[in-house]
Unconditional design. Structure first.
Length: 248
């Protein structure tokens, strides 16, 4: 994947990993379009970027997504990369009473998985028009070994991992490359409730994605997730124990 002169959509790009990736890409000479639900936060993010456009949009809302895609087709017909970064994580325990696990799981699965499928499907015709294109699904290492306090979040990322593999196979003879970015714990506002201050900086995730683009590395295990993945392959049970031994 080329590293400059791309037009890139980043959902959830107003903070955290999304904003860090946007900074990296704009510094390299790409035009970035970031979306977010909060107009004020979006404006603050745009002030930190060199060559970017902001669009208020919620990936979980069908009407917003349809409007976003139409705007992209009209104003950014050269769009050739999509980074599905927007996400939802809810910390709770399945052992607790009255937590409404069903609603929480529905929320996370819709945002982290189903919404990605909808946006990708709607943008595929535009991406196929480009000489070279890419889709990046931001997954997580919990796709392999879930945390008991992030049960439905882990399930949503496991589903996204499976979908990413299927999408890569489906598009293998096209111009579209499919990447899956799998960060560990990252120090962002998003991860603060689960001990994010112990995580790696968001800029490290952006660096890893940039390197993966350069090398066409499609499944990207960021930082310590590479070692964790090896542990998972050798002993899934031990990986599960390690993941749940470090609960905040």
């Amino acid at each position: 994947m080329k590293l400059s002169n791309n037009t890139v959509l980043i959902t959830g790009g107003s903070a955290g990993i999304g904003l860090a990736i946007a900074k990296q890409l704009t510094e390299a000479g790409n035009h970035v379009i970031i979306t977010g639900r909060n107009a004020e936060r979006l404006e603050k993010a745009l002030a930190q970027l060199k060559n970017a456009t902001g669009i208020v949009s919620d990936v979980s809302k069908e009407a917003d997504v349809v409007k976003l895609v139409e705007q992209l087709k009209k104003d950014h017909p050269q769009l050739n990369a999509v980074i599905n970064n927007a996400g939802r994580a809810i910390l709770y325990s399945l052992s607790e009473s009255n937590v409404d696990a069903y609603s929480k799981a529905a929320d996370e699965l819709h945002t982290n998985y189903l919404s990605v499928i909808r946006l990708n499907e709607l943008l595929l015709p535009l991406l196929k028009q480009q000489a070279a294109a890419a889709i990046v699904n931001v997954s997580s290492i919990v796709a392999f070994a879930p945390s008991q306090r992030l049960s439905s979040y882990g399930a949503s990322k496991a589903a996204l991992h499976s979908y990413s593999q299927s999408l890569r196979l489906a598009l293998k003879n096209t111009n579209i490359k499919v990447f899956e970015l799998m960060p560990p714990l990252v120090d962002t506002e998003f991860s603060e409730p689960i001990g994010g201050s112990r995580g790696i900086p968001a800029s490290a995730v952006a660096d890893a994605l940039f390197t993966a683009f350069k090398n066409d590395e499609y499944e990207i295990h960021v930082g310590g997730t590479a070692d964790f993945y090896k542990l998972y392959l050798s002993s899934p049970q031990q990986a599960l124990e390690v993941m749940n031994a470090e609960l905040p």
